[in-house]
Design a protein around this ligand. Sequence first.
Ligand code: SF4
Length: 735
Amino acid sequence: MTETRSTCPYCGVGCGVIIQSEAGQITGVRGDPQHPANFGRLCTKGSTLHLTAAAPVTRQTRLLQPMLRERRNGAPLPVEWGRALDLAAARFAQAVTDHGPDAVGFYISGQLLTEDYYVFNKLAKGLIGTNNVDTNSRLCMSSAVAGYKMTLGADAPPACYEDVDHADCLFIAGSNTAFAHPVLFRRIEEARAAKPQMKVIVCDPRRTDTAEFADLFLPIQPGTDVMLFHGLLHIMLWEGWTQPEYIAQHTSGFDALKTVVRECTPEQVAQTCGIPKEDLFTAAQWFATSNSTLSLYCQGLNQSSSGTAKNAALVNLHLATAQIGRPGAGPFSLTGQPNAMGGREVGGLANLLSAHRDLANPQHRAEVAALWGVPSVPDKPGKTAVEMFQAAADGEIKALWIACTNPAQSMPDQATVRRALQRAEFVVVQEAFATTTTCEFADLLLPATTWGEKDGTVTNSERRISRVRPAVGKPGGARHDWEIVVEFGRRLEARLPSPPPSPASGRGSPEDPETPGQRRTLFPYATPESIWLEHRESTRGRDLDITGLSYGLLERSPQQWPFAEGAAQGRARLYEDGVFPTADGKARFAAVQYRPLAEARESRYPFSLTTGRLRDQWHGMSRTGTLGRLFGHVPEPVVEMHPQDIARRLLREGDLVHVTSKRGSIVLPVQASAALGVNQAFIAMHWGPEFLAGVSSTGERLAGVNALTTSAYCPTSKQPELKHAAVKILKAELP
Ligand code: SF4
């Protein structure tokens, strides 16, 4: 038996795993006792990875060779890799030649490794000249990115998991940590058991398992987080619980914020948020006066049309009370996916560039162009996730490339996404699993490797970079994601006009010596490490500088950034000196306004539907859905409702109901849940077409809860409001 150290591919905790394999098959998995994210622990999903890797092909059908669909709605047929990539290059080059670079788009994934992300970004922005590259991480953490940059000056979570052990007060907002980040939750449980004085506040519309654990639960009305956070600051100011000295020395903009929060009186907040005034005072006191307060937050804040404002308003509380830059203190956003953070690092989003550079900054564009050896990086903002599919549905984007994600199930307003996939003239889907709904829309399917087979790096929620290593070889004709991009990129280079050489050309690399008369490639890579080395160089002098790291060092132990050349170790927490990466070195209070939900409940749609994760499933279930034991916790989709709502509508548990929004309708059994407030409903996000059929408002077949959700998004982060839709719930009449 061989043991290989790697990283769990599920959530942003980023647990270290040791994969056991024999004769080219994965046979077991155990937690890595030396990995600082988990110290050997694994949750139900992580501890069954080997079983899902070996799942029978009854449901989990791997893509093992490229497949081409010559006609829409025809059956895909096997095709050689060379022909597949030639055809893809020809179709993308044609779209660019006929309609310009912005006629193509790349929608990628927080499941990809950092090296995969890097080459996708370079392909779009460096070679093709479009910023139309975005990722499902847009649905996951873009509001956290925008919130950090607005207040602290950089997209860098300032805290780490060890801070859970040091905190005297934990403020958990919009995060069911017990289900979504289970190993971190075990650490929280142990920390509180060791420190009886620790207070845990949970703020969530649902009484989740995490809320059950709280000393103080704030069951806020959906979407009212900004009002709550401003109200807590109002009380802190009134009671003298802020830190004027810290505010004066290390921040700016407090007077403007005070003007905003003056209106957020306890009475007003209690009425808007549905929280008793005495609980508001208790929360404000614990947050402000504890020795150290750590906030943990996730999709409840991020997946919102006010996502950036919610994030910024929570950071405001930490700045006003000096609960930052000390052990156990700080705002700490949790990433949903295993490498949402790595994607941010390489700039794999429509508005970012490598190493946390901004597309809108001309100097940053010039730096990246010089690094890549291209004349320029386009300045026109790229299409973000929702915008990209809308542009394809409108006929603006002709060729779409989707990698390692399933937008036909996971994006909001599925009807529009499916129209986009049908209207685009050429759709490439690069995937490991043939079972995703998006595969049905592909003209060309390209088989990719997955967990246990891939080689590279990922970064978890606490800025810790870990190695991902292959325990077994590539199955069938599957290729690594970075290899597919590199092979495609080289073919596309031959078909697009050659750009003039950049004066500061960094094009090519020592392992790709220039041949006289031949154009140097932007993709000279032979290994993932060669890509990572280029990424590493791009971080020199930046806030996430990793020039002191190497694959060799990461082999020995995962490391946190920044880790600059000459450093002995990475930084566990940031801003301990009170200096922030802004022009004047001061953090900025954000005087954001409370805004109501994009789609409020109303008489025709009287329920607030919220969505979320189950404990034992992951995303669209392409991996976890292959294993029967992972259905033991929740065996089938249900809509949860408050018992009073069930009784008032003359329903009984188990009755089938239509849950209908303005966009679509699904049918599923009703289940009573005291975790919800009256007029609220909950449906888990994972269930796909095998489990949860639906129909759009115009009669198209859809599946899953995103038949109902809205694509309304935060104007700053462009993250859609997946957490809330107004719905009606009516008993389904049997034929
Ligand atoms: Fe994997 Fe997350 Fe579970 Fe850790 S907590 S084993 S990273 S799913």
